[in-house]
Design a protein around this ligand. Structure first.
Ligand code: MEV
Length: 425
């Protein structure tokens, strides 16, 4: 067990500076690192003009999101503070609450597979498909060697192209070769795409066909992560609540319209951490949804059942194409510091954290939905946002938000009226 704890009661009640101080203590952040978030009470930027201008094209500025810290996470016996970059209210609080309940029974247990990505080479106009397959198989070693010549560093770390698979698609009009590459701690797209392009001319020679696309697959089903947790029945609110939860879950299991929303809630948590750590959230999204539909029907990424004592058990499994090294994001200072806050050393460990956050987020959403409904929890921050939109400042925000909630009228026009009535502005 770890000596430091992510269980920080009242964290949400602290001011921003005090929260940052707690995070700095937990994660041993340097002064310069904390100043990347806040300096002299002001929010600070971590990307300067030159870096931003080099990251993408036609840059005109920087787009900001708040970063919140989810507390209470205990994953494989280690405590984590989880940075989440997201615009949606309640996500950080919901994840922290779910993690608090999961802690009662030991937190999350997570396990990621090897970090294998798939590179696809599409081969067309092959005169004799069976002969082509045979020749590719016989040249397996040579193809792997050519692929591995492209990335000596990856190979020296124990990664690289490990195997080849061949898929016949349609009535033989297409052969697709999969290059299976262990990308270790990188997201892997660059390495895999370079390898796929390098082997394509040899595949053309071997098959007498034409190589068209050479690109990574985002259905990263050789790079899976699974997390489980037992949610104590008492901490959840009793066995009746567990039963209500399971009825709610069944909806997603049986209906793709509901499953899409269910999985969206999972991705609320996962994407927020993927973004905070500077990873490619579109790749993770694509992988998650393709995996959810892998048997031809769109399904939830989580499963739930009751154990023999009546506790709720949850499990999530999905692909996780993320990295902790390389890519354009190594230029992003805040992303690096978020990884330091998390304390993750490897892509495997980050994947395990992400799966746990996804499960926590889904558990929290289903618990709210199957009991009090989702709007109650959303309302507080939503009302505050509306008050800010109406022009409220400082203490006025809470006052106006509380009044609107009490009246059951959380609307911009009412916030404006109250602002006028109470403060004359
Ligand atoms: C909202 O962003 C996410 C939820 O709709 C997820 C769900 O319905 O499970 C609350």
């Amino acid at each position: 067990m770890s000596e430091k704890t992510s269980r920080i009661p009242g964290f949400y009640k602290l001011g921003m500076e005090e929260r940052l101080k707690k995070v700095a203590e937990f994660s041993n952040l340097e002064k310069e690192e904390t100043e990347c978030f806040l300096k002299d009470g002001k929010l600070s930027l971590a990307i300067d003009k030159e870096i931003a201008d080099r990251m993408i094209e036609n840059v005109i500025g920087i787009y900001e999101l708040p970063i919140g810290i989810a507390t209470n996470f205990l994953i494989n016996g280690k405590d984590y503070l989880i940075p989440m970059a997201i615009e949606e209210t309640s996500v950080v609080a919901a994840a922290s609450n779910a993690a608090k309940i999961a802690r009662v029974r030991g937190g999350f247990k997570a396990e990621a597979s090897d970090q294998i990505m798939i590179g696809q080479i599409q081969l067309l106009h092959i005169p004799d498909i069976d002969k082509a397959i045979n020749r590719i198989l016989k040249s397996r070693e040579k193809l792997l060697e050519i692929a591995n010549n492209q990335d000596k560093v990856l190979v020296s770390l124990g990664g690289g192209a490990k195997d080849i698979e061949i898929r016949k698609i349609g009535n033989g009009e297409m052969l697709v070769v999969h290059l299976l590459v262990d990308v270790k701690d990188a997201m892997g797209a660059n390495a895999v795409n370079t390898m796929a392009e390098a082997v394509a001319p040899i595949l053309e020679e071997l098959t007498g066909g034409r190589a068209r696309l050479k690109i990574i697959s985002n259905l990263a089903d050789r790079r899976l992560v699974r997390a489980t947790a037992v949610f104590d029945k008492k901490a959840v609110g009793g066995e009746e609540v567990v039963d209500a939860f399971l009825e709610g879950y069944m909806f997603a299991a049986m209906d793709p319209y509901r499953a899409a929303t269910h999985n969206k809630g999972i991705m609320n948590g996962i994407d927020a951490v993927v973004i905070a750590t500077g990873n490619d959230w579109r790749a993770v999204e694509a992988g998650a949804h393709a995996y959810a539909a892998r048997d031809g029907r769109y399904r939830p990424l989580t499963r739930y059942w009751k154990d023999e004592e009546g506790n709720l058990v949850g499990e999530i499994e999905l692909p996780m194409a993320i990295g902790v090294v390389g890519g354009a994001v190594s230029l992003h200072r805040k992303a690096q510091i978020c990884r330091k806050i998390l304390g993750v050393k490897t892509a495997k460990e980050l994947a395990e954290v992400l799966a746990s956050v996804g499960l926590a987020q889904n558990f929290a959403a289903l618990l709210a939905l199957s009991t009090v409904g989702i709007q109650k929890g959303h309302m507080e921050l939503h009302a505050q946002n509306i008050a800010v939109m109406a022009g409220a400042k400082g203490d006025q925000i809470d006052e106006i938000a509380q009044r609107m909630i009490k009246e059951g009228k959380v609307r911009l026009d009412r916030a404006k009226e109250l602002l006028k009535e109470l403060y004359g502005n």
